[in-house]
Design a protein around this ligand. Structure first.
Ligand SMILES: [Zn+2]
Length: 273
């Protein structure tokens, strides 16, 4: 029987199975409520990222995975597998750091000309790496990697160059309005790690803190979601290397992150002086 509600439901169900997304007519994903951008920074242990990618895929969720161009992250086999699960792949870049090693500049205090040269080298390396990525995936978004021990801000190349000219449509730190989108990250293996984070923080954090949107544990977040206290738009950043069901790996991550947090806290105090 055609035009039955039963058939209608069947049609929608089949579309869902085929990964169609339903959007309101006024379009723009950002106007929708209950939107979460699930971001994964694959700093190391790419195989752990495959584990989260599979879990999400089974729940019908798609996220974005940012890989670095270093052996401990860039794993073509894993990248292909994660892309096959329907997730987006992006470039987690750090070429100010690598260019500074190449040019042997150690201090932040540079002449104007030297800084310009550093930015040029970093940009060229970025372009080469992007090309490398695009041999396996049509990368459209990027996200800076922030090493807490590095004096360089990897975003600095974009004060001179324009990533849009390279076909990049988004860099979270520039293209997301964090006044509107709540930012949550597991940096430092806790959800209130902005207290410890040197680079992975957004200037608008204070606004959210004032609203009491500070969580320590994952259960705190789950509780907030259950009680409808979670913002309707958020970017959640996870580092999949931290998430594991393997007890030995889990303990190792706990101990090293605690030590790292103490170091980061020291760096922050020095910087804020
Ligand atoms: Zn990173």
């Amino acid at each position: 029987m055609d035009f039955s509600l039963h058939l209608y439901r069947n049609l929608l169900y089949k579309l869902l199975v085929k990964r169609f997304k339903f959007e309101k007519f006024y379009n723009e994903r950002f106007f929708q409520n209950c939107l979460i951008i699930l971001r994964h920074d694959v700093d190391l242990k790419p195989q752990n990222s495959l584990a989260t990618a599979i879990i999400e895929n089974k729940l019908g969720i798609q996220g974005t995975y940012y890989f670095r161009m270093v052996p401990e992250s860039f794993d073509i086999d894993i990248i292909n597998k994660i892309a096959d699960l329907g997730h987006e792949i992006g470039y987690h870049y750090e070429t100010m750091d690598t260019a500074s090693v190449k040019l042997k500049v150690k201090s932040e205090k540079l002449s104007e000309r030297k800084r310009e040269e550093l930015i040029d080298v970093a940009y060229n390396e970025f372009c080469e790496n992007l090309e490398e990525f695009r041999k396996i995936y049509p990368v459209k978004t990027i996200c800076m990697h922030g090493s807490p021990r590095s004096p360089w801000d990897n975003k600095e190349i974009w004060y001179k160059y324009d990533y849009r000219k390279l076909g990049i449509i988004g860099e979270p730190y520039f293209d997301i309005d964090f006044n509107e989108v709540f930012y949550l990250t597991d940096t430092g293996r806790r959800w209130d790690g902005f207290k410890y984070s040197v680079r992975d923080r957004v200037p608008q954090q204070q606004k959210w803190i004032e609203q009491g949107l500070v969580y320590r544990t994952t259960n705190d977040i789950i509780k907030a979601v259950n009680e409808n206290r979670f913002p309707s738009k958020a970017m959640i950043t996870i580092h999949p290397q931290r998430w594991s069901d393997n007890y030995i790996e889990w303990t190792k991550e706990l101990v090293t992150q605690r030590a790292k947090n103490i170091v980061k806290w020291g760096l922050m105090r020095l910087r804020d002086r």
